[in-house]
Ligand binder design. Structure first.
Ligand SMILES: [Zn+2]
Length: 187
């Protein structure tokens, strides 16, 4: 199975969004991640026989949503956590906390031609706790797919993210799901 997990709760009472040129500006944590997951869903190109999309509650409180989903995650499942990141980059998206060299190798192959950075650790200066910290106890095959948001603390103020970041991150998710059969690790 592939689990795609994007937290749907926020730190805000009210939100805002505007488009400035090629970017979204507003409260983006984690509407940017949810939008990416939902964009991948509505592509019609995902085979839900082996993919689950989970828009989780309460990440900002105690990660309750991820902890619920994690109960169903098995040892060899692949988990993709989609959330905003403050990691500096001029690429479309950033893969973080990708500890498994098997997953790294798979991603590098599958995402050939995409514009992204990939890290085994978490270089995000804004926050380094996320749902990966829950899922990693169930499977080593998990990683964080970060939508780069710049210009502030995405937890509490406006930040800016490229429209193409979300489009290309969604395409990457679709590609990963489609090529998953080339990944499936031995039991
Ligand atoms: Zn978040």
């Amino acid at each position: 199975m592939i689990f795609i997990s994007a937290h749907a709760d926020t730190n805000y009472k009210r939100v805002n969004l505007r488009i400035e040129g090629d970017s979204y500006v507003g409260y983006l944590d984690n509407y940017a991640g949810v939008y990416t997951a939902v964009k991948a869903f509505f592509s019609g190109e995902i085979n839900f026989d082996y993919v689950r999309i989970e828009l989780t509650p309460d990440e900002e409180i105690d990660m309750r949503g991820a902890r619920q989903v994690a109960k169903e995650v098995k040892k060899n499942d692949l988990v993709i956590v989609i959330d905003v990141t403050g990691t500096p980059t001029d690429k479309d998206f950033v893969i973080e906390k990708c500890q498994s060299h098997i997953v790294r190798k798979f991603l590098v192959k599958v995402l050939d031609g995409f514009s992204y950075d990939i890290y085994a650790d978490c270089p995000d200066p804004v926050a380094n706790e996320d749902e990966v910290d829950v899922y990693k106890h169930k499977t080593e095959y998990c990683f964080f797919l970060g939508i780069p948001c710049h210009g502030g603390d995405y937890n509490f103020e406006d930040t800016k993210c490229k429209i193409r970041s979300i489009e290309h991150a969604a395409e990457a998710v679709i590609k990963i799901c489609r090529e998953y059969d080339k990944f499936i690790p031995a039991e």
